[in-house]
Write a protein that binds this ligand. Structure first.
Ligand code: SF4
Length: 348
């Protein structure tokens, strides 16, 4: 894996982004922001599964004002997502937003961008320049491809904020197309010093969207690019946070909660491994410890993996062997596989 690109560090509330800080997992609420109670409830649920930064859509002034109440009910920093109307950005900041996501390019006259930059700087609130391939400004150069156009537009908007003496900047360049996204991030990473928010936009439902996001985000992280991630899914945002951590855990970039190792099963399996692994996975969701748990289907290849895990089971015919820290600790009946395994997990 490439060494991580070291960007400038910004702080959104108490969360550091860039400069070698751990890659931050974030998500976006799917409630009506004007409904503070429902929005708080969803954010609390996301906090419980590890979400470190939350973004809320701010389509109107009522939503911007609701941030006052939302902030009182949550513990993680909040970013207000603004389009077009600079007054919404000002109200969101007055209401306590810790950061903004907007495109200076669609805010309009320089005076309006300047007003937002001044208010954000006074509060120490960073601005994410968030470009999407689907809504790029016009370009004078017809030879540029989509990735190049995203980079060109982002650099222009960075220069605009810098000219206003504002440097609490974070950048994202998202497309649905994974190669386009990777190309754009690679180019911008070499051309400016600010941290990068990475993701694949409109990635789809969990079945396909997690794969698409993992390929895009995982490749960028492998290249050393990316300071905060959002997995965009057509699903409850909890799925986005869980997927985000799984990507980071797969690359050994973050640890959170258990890792489940389970064999794919084959003609040698002597128990219903799919059912057992699913039941174990559901139970592990409530555990915070960064442990490795293995569920293996037979006594041929199972014991090796099971021994390497903190706790593991190698299922045999009607009986299974439980291992803990490499040592065989019990032989259990098939009906007791789940409870016996979880007893050892909980005892760690
Ligand atoms: S552990 Fe055993 S059952 Fe599972 S895939 Fe390997 S050989 Fe097949």
């Amino acid at each position: 894996m490439n060494p991580r690109r070291i960007s400038k560090t910004i702080k959104i509330g108490n969360v550091a982004i860039g400069g070698g800080a751990p890659v931050v997992v974030q998500s976006m609420t799917k409630t009506d922001t004007r409904d503070a109670r429902a929005t708080i409830e969803q954010i609390k649920e996301l906090e419980d599964c590890g979400c470190e930064l939350i973004r809320v859509a701010v389509p109107d002034a009522e939503a911007a004002r609701a941030i006052v109440d939302i902030k009182k009910g949550i513990s993680i920093p909040l970013v207000a997502d603004i389009h077009f109307d600079y007054r919404l950005a000002l109200t969101a900041l007055e209401s306590g937003a810790d950061g903004l996501r907007l495109n200076p390019g669609n805010i309009g006259e320089p005076e309006k961008v300047k007003a937002v930059a001044i208010a954000a700087r006074e509060r120490g609130a960073p601005i994410r320049i968030g470009l999407n391939a689907g809504s790029l400004p016009k370009t004078d150069n017809p030879n540029l491809n989509v990735a190049e156009r995203m980079v060109e537009a982002a650099l222009e908007q960075i220069r605009l904020l810098e000219s206003l003496d504002f440097d609490l900047i974070k950048v994202s360049l998202k497309a649905f197309d994974v190669p386009t996204t990777i190309e754009a991030y690679q180019a911008i990473a070499e051309n400016m010093p600010y941290p990068l928010h990475i993701g694949i936009t409109e990635a789809g439902t969990p079945r396909t969207g997690v794969i698409r996001s993992t390929v895009g985000i995982g490749t960028l992280l492998w290249l050393g690019i990316g300071d905060t991630i959002r997995v965009s899914l057509t699903a409850h945002p909890r799925e986005e946070v869980v997927a985000g951590y799984e990507i980071l855990k797969s690359l050994n970039l973050r640890q959170r909660g258990p890792v489940l190792v389970s064999c794919p099963t084959c003609g040698r399996a002597e128990a219903d491994v799919v059912k057992l692994a699913e039941a174990v996975e559901a139970r592990l969701q409530k555990i915070d410890k960064p442990i490795r748990v293995a569920v293996m289907g037979c006594v041929v290849n199972g014991p090796g993996e099971a021994k390497d895990a903190d706790v593991g089971i190698a299922c045999g015919k009607g009986k299974g062997v439980i291992f803990k820290k490499g040592e065989k600790v019990a032989v259990v009946e098939e009906k007791d596989f789940l409870t016996a395994l979880m007893k050892e997990v909980e005892g760690l």
